[in-house]
Design a protein around this ligand. Structure first.
Ligand SMILES: O=C(O)CCC(=O)C(=O)O
Ligand SMILES: [Fe+2]
Length: 590
């Protein structure tokens, strides 16, 4: 979803820079079009697209308001049991019978400002973090959103007084009863497993004996990876929307639009250049970066203290929510030694994950009278294969269904709300197959997938707006069938999305179930170029086999996105490759 930038490196730029202060004080309403010739370039067409998008967006907000009100009317479910839900404003409860796993879902579920708890999960470790007192209102906003289940913070943002919350009481106690000048919090993080644990039959004593006997030993070390890519996340800490560009040597490409106080992510390699421009003037950059492997979160931060004072109360809150995330990310990086790509606070994944303790670990489960075997291909990232997940005729029928539906050029994400065609990144074509009725092949596959994922199959149903109680929420997309012809590929990318910070439940893709529908072609292997092994510099490569499923997780058990889940489809050399993707979201679909 998050697509890579290309390999050229910008050396000089042919457009001028703009003082961010001009931008902050620019009147969007009057001057939207001032710097545009009417019809001469591509810029004009995507500008029109953007304008169209903003028009549609206004409509989407209206729909959201109506949906929220409708949800309230239908009174979908019980409120949180532990905390009273104030009754004044409409709330969208996330629970119903099919969503018990979401019971007590709260954004701040795994942070505490009171006494830290013991770790229940041995793969997680407790970490502490310190926050400046200026983040108090932002923390308060998150806890209030938890109380109210305020899906898009609209309620939190519309009141001047937020309700009290036990966590906030703990912070107050901390600040009054001790001499702490900062807020001290606790959460868990997922430490990378050590290389020894990936190879449990490795015997270090054998090695010591060998070297004592003068024999050459090969200590267990992670292979040095040749691929240098990673995910970067850009933040717009300004009260206006901006455009993010990738700046190549000869061309610029729009990565997407960043809403005020929001972010955008992409996959890239060290040395790539990016810039931010006003939405009304794509020719003038206000900030530029050349990304390095040390800096994966990049901030467009044009405001002075005086500008911040000028912001409305809501804008200030959004600003400090983003600064809170930035502050937490520093602590996370120190403990976990990887960038924080989620949005703090972010609870752990609510869906279960298969244990991936060591490479080639096996799990067997029984479904409809048959045993299925999962084999761990990689622990970092978590990748498993399931041979014969589909039968040969199921694969053939899926291909036929897709061809009948009609294949169109594949697109990649451009921000959280748009997609675009980018043939250099993803040259395949694809189609979407909806989950059908109980007798259809697609329904069979969704049910089988639900049992593999150990999820209630109702969660994988398409949401039906006018049947709110049972089917309102879904965690699965339609089945995407992809065809790659010779020469076509999908360069290294992540499947997760970077949700807007203004979405309380932070929806993102959690797992990918990738189904190989044929294998009568050459090339087209799936590669995880950042997978840690002792042997391979290219990570882990999986050779497509008809009927085999690949299950991999885009999230880590601590709620962070797994940057190592980056993967690619190598170019097909001859023949045609067909796959199907089933994407599962967490906690709910956006
Ligand atoms: O075709 C493959 O092997 C990978 C496809 C993929 O990563 C995707 O469609 O997101
Ligand atoms: Fe993918």
């Amino acid at each position: 979803m998050d697509h890579p930038s290309h390999d050229n490196i910008t050396e000089s730029s042919s457009w001028e820079d703009l003082d961010p202060h001009e931008f902050l004080h620019h009147d969007n309403n009057n001057n939207d079009d001032e710097n545009h010739d009417s019809d001469d370039d591509e810029t004009t067409s995507w500008m029109q697209e953007l304008k169209e998008h903003w028009k549609q967006h206004a409509f989407a907000v209206l729909v959201a308001i109506v949906a929220t009100a409708a949800a309230h009317r239908y009174n979908i479910s019980q409120p949180l049991s532990a905390v009273p839900t104030p009754s004044a404003a409409p709330t969208l409860h996330l629970y119903d019978d099919a969503h018990e796993h979401l019971h007590e879902y709260t954004r701040t579920a795994n942070i505490t400002f009171c006494d830290p708890w013991d770790t229940q999960d041995s793969s997680l470790k407790v970490m502490d973090f310190h926050l400046s007192k200026e983040y108090l209102p932002a923390l308060h906003a998150h806890s209030a959103a938890d109380l109210w289940q305020d899906v898009n913070y609209s309620r939190v943002l519309s009141v001047s007084e937020l309700p009290s919350h036990p966590q906030m009481d703990c912070i107050e106690q901390q600040l009054t009863s001790s001499s702490l000048s900062y807020i001290k919090g606790f959460t868990y993080y997922y430490p990378d497993p050590s290389i020894e644990t990936l190879y449990p039959d490795y015997d270090p004593t054998a090695e010591a004996k060998m070297s004592a006997n003068g024999l050459e030993t090969k200590p267990l070390k992670a292979a040095h990876l040749t691929f240098t890519g990673f995910g970067v996340k850009f933040f717009n800490l300004s009260p206006k929307p901006v455009l993010l560009f990738w700046d190549g040597r000869e061309e610029r490409k729009l990565v997407g639009e960043m809403a005020p106080f929001d972010s955008l992510g992409t996959a890239t390699t060290p040395g790539q250049s990016f810039s931010v421009t006003p939405i009304y003037d794509a020719d003038h950059a206000m900030a530029r970066w050349v990304v390095t492997a040390d800096d994966m979160t990049l901030y467009f931060e044009p405001m002075t203290d005086a500008d911040i004072q000028q912001l409305s109360q809501q804008e200030q809150l959004l600003y400090y929510m983003q600064k809170l995330n930035q502050e937490f990310a520093k602590h996370y990086l120190i403990h976990a030694r990887r960038p924080w790509l989620s949005q703090f606070p972010r609870p752990f994944p609510v869906h279960s994950m298969w244990e991936t303790s060591y490479i080639h670990q096996k799990h067997v489960y029984r479904d409809e009278g048959r045993d299925y075997t999962l084999r761990v291909e990689s622990v970092m990232p978590k990748v498993l294969t399931i041979p014969d997940f589909l039968s040969g005729s199921e694969c053939d029928n899926l291909i036929q269904l897709a061809l009948h539906e009609g294949m169109r050029a594949s697109t990649v994400a451009a921000g959280s709300r748009r997609t675009m065609r980018d043939g250099a990144t993803r040259s395949s074509d694809n189609t979407w197959l909806e989950r059908g009725n109980a007798t259809s092949l697609t329904d069979t596959i969704y049910r089988r997938a639900a049992r593999l994922l150990r999820l209630d199959e109702r969660l994988l149903q398409k949401p039906v707006d006018d049947e709110i109680p049972a089917h309102y929420h879904s965690i699965a997309e339609s089945l995407q069938v992809v065809r790659y012809r010779a020469g076509e590929e999908y360069t290294a990318h992540h499947d997760f999305v970077y949700p807007s910070q203004q979405l309380w439940y932070q929806p993102t893709r959690f797992a990918t179930l990738l189904l190989y529908l044929n294998d009568d072609f050459t090339g087209g292997h799936t590669v995880f170029p950042r997978a840690v092994t002792r042997d391979f510099h290219d990570g882990v490569r999986i050779r497509p086999q008809k009927g085999t499923a690949v299950l991999f997780y885009s999230m880590l058990p601590d709620g962070n996105m797994d940057d190592r889940s980056q993967h690619a489809s190598e170019p097909v050399l001859s023949g045609e490759k067909f796959i199907a993707n089933l994407w599962v979201w967490e906690p709910l679909i956006n």
